[in-house]
Design a protein. Sequence first.
Length: 157
Amino acid sequence: MNKVMTRTRRTQGTRPPVRHDTRRPGGTAPRTTPKSASAAPRAAQPRPTDVFADRLVEVLSGHRPVHCMLRHTAGRAYDELAWLAEHSPLRTRGTRPFVRDIGYYVAGPGAVEAFARIGAGDRLRAMAFRLEQGPDLRWRCTAVELGGTRMPPPQDD
């Protein structure tokens, strides 16, 4: 099964306990690694699903303009996003919406379908989106849904 949960955001006051005693049991000294330029710690790169979920929530809640996603979308996704943002589905008074957790399914090489749970005050919303990797190896959003709300299909004249 290719379905994966990537992160969960803890609520305040639920942080796991931390060990305050830095001494190691058994009286042995802690292991050290040699300091070298190549062994410098690197910051973990966030997953594309995490980055896009945060960006989409900011746009749909009105904290970012829709046009900031123009180069990060492909196909009809920008129109869907603009339509959803126009209907302001995530705008709340007081509490700013945030991504509670994210999961994804690898649909194929270079294609990921992701879902996120969005917390906004005492409400919980669902968001789904699809990411596809282009020939330039950049991820672009190709579809967006929020709580089952979809943009109506284009009318033929």
